[in-house]
Ligand binder design. Structure first.
Ligand code: NDP
Length: 329
């Protein structure tokens, strides 16, 4: 495993992180979830991503339990705030109240004194940004969070956040956007804004939730044990990646497999290595339902792809690539 600096900070994150959305506390039973965490550690993955609301808070608690006994200094933990944790009017968003309450609850569930990277999961149009950034600044001074990140913010929102982070002296160094061979909406505006502000990318859904593994084939039944057959997973797959679950896109993805083999890679490895060719990416957050998937995917770290390979991938996927910056959020 190779490690990269997170933006302009001194923090080193593994090129591949392990995230537990949909899997821990939901699709996977607890023992298997823990096996996945151990497989990640075995592969040199030091960075783990979760969120306060994943699986109604069970994902954070499970990750905390799985990492118990692992030296805190050896891992980088990230979690997030914004999405509703309850039904009350203050149970969501980026108000000072919710940020403090969510952060304290995450610390309890994760069984740790501090969060390495705390993400504002979405932009909150109902709270003054100054209020949110003052709250983040106070959490930094209290030692409860070390670095700040945002997820799925537009370039304009990131620029405003960067301005406030200077005013409040907050190490705002991370952005967590969706990014894959198929979903490239950050390339137009978000990446230039982040480059200017010294913010690194920790990207999500590198395999478009498994579609870029090549296991979904047009005209075939859905693979056993896959996200597409999981009750919760299938809803997210349909909502965020449904446009590629159709004949032409799945057929194009199959045509990437020989290219992967030419590079001595599997298709999931090629898809993850593709993201890591971008030096603004600090880490690719993978999901996994099996330890073997982590073992396979982690091997994408350190791979260099020739420009001719990158070009052939673009030619095959071109009709299916989403590039519209308006899709951020
Ligand atoms: P991926 O695109 O990596 O999809 C992961 C899923 O693909 C696995 O759970 C597995 O599903 C399948 N898969 C993985 N590897 C293989 C393989 N080698 N062969 C076959 N199938 C494979 O990422 P996720 O969509 O899970 O997202 C990763 C992380 O990103 C999340 O856990 C979370 O931390 C973060 N995230 C952040 C968001 C945000 O808004 N900030 C939103 C979404 C995710 P299965 O076996 O069940 O088919």
């Amino acid at each position: 495993m190779k490690y990269r600096k997170l933006g302009n900070s001194g923090l080193k994150v593994s090129e591949i992180s392990y995230g537990n959305w949909i899997t821990h506390g939901a699709q996977l039973e607890d023992v298997l979830a823990k096996k996945c965490v151990f497989a990640a550690l075995d592969q040199g993955i030091n960075t783990f991503d979760t969120e306060d609301v994943y699986s109604d808070t069970r994902a954070e608690a499970l990750l905390g339990t799985a990492l118990k006994g692992i030296s805190r200094e050896s891992i980088v933990l990230s979690t997030k705030v914004c999405h509703p944790t309850g039904t009350g009017p203050n149970d969501q968003g980026l108000s000072r109240k919710h940020i403090f309450e969510s952060c304290n609850a995450s610390l309890r569930r994760l069984g740790t004194d501090y969060i390495d990277i705390y993400f504002a999961h979405r932009f909150d149009p109902h709270t003054p940004l100054e209020e949110s950034f003052l709250a983040f600044s106070d959490l930094v001074r209290q030692g409860k969070i070390l670095y700040l990140g945002v997820s799925e913010w537009t370039a304009a929102q990131i620029k405003e956040g960067a301005r406030l982070s200077k005013r409040f002296n907050i190490p705002f160094v991370a952005s967590q956007p969706q990014y894959s061979m198929l979903w490239r909406v950050i390339e137009g505006n978000v990446l230039p804004a982040c480059a200017e502000a010294g913010i690194g990318q920790m990207t999500w859904s590198p395999l478009a939730q498994g579609i870029l593994s090549g296991k979904y084939k047009a005209g075939h039944s859905l693979p056993t044990g896959s996200r597409a057959l999981d009750e919760t997973g299938s809803r997210f797959l349909e909502r965020l990646a449904g446009q590629w679950m159709q004949y032409d896109a799945l057929d194009a993805i199959q045509r990437l497999i020989p290219i992967a083999h030419e590079c001595d890679l599997t298709l999931p490895q090629l898809a993850i290595a593709w993201i890591l060719q971008n030096n603004q990416v600090s880490s690719v957050i993978i999901g996994a339902s099996q330890p073997e998937q982590i073992q396979e995917n982690a091997r994408a770290s350190g791979i260099v792809l020739q420009s001719s390979i990158m070009q052939r991938i673009d030619e095959i996927l071109d009709p299916f690539i989403e590039r519209n910056p308006e899709c951020t959020g």
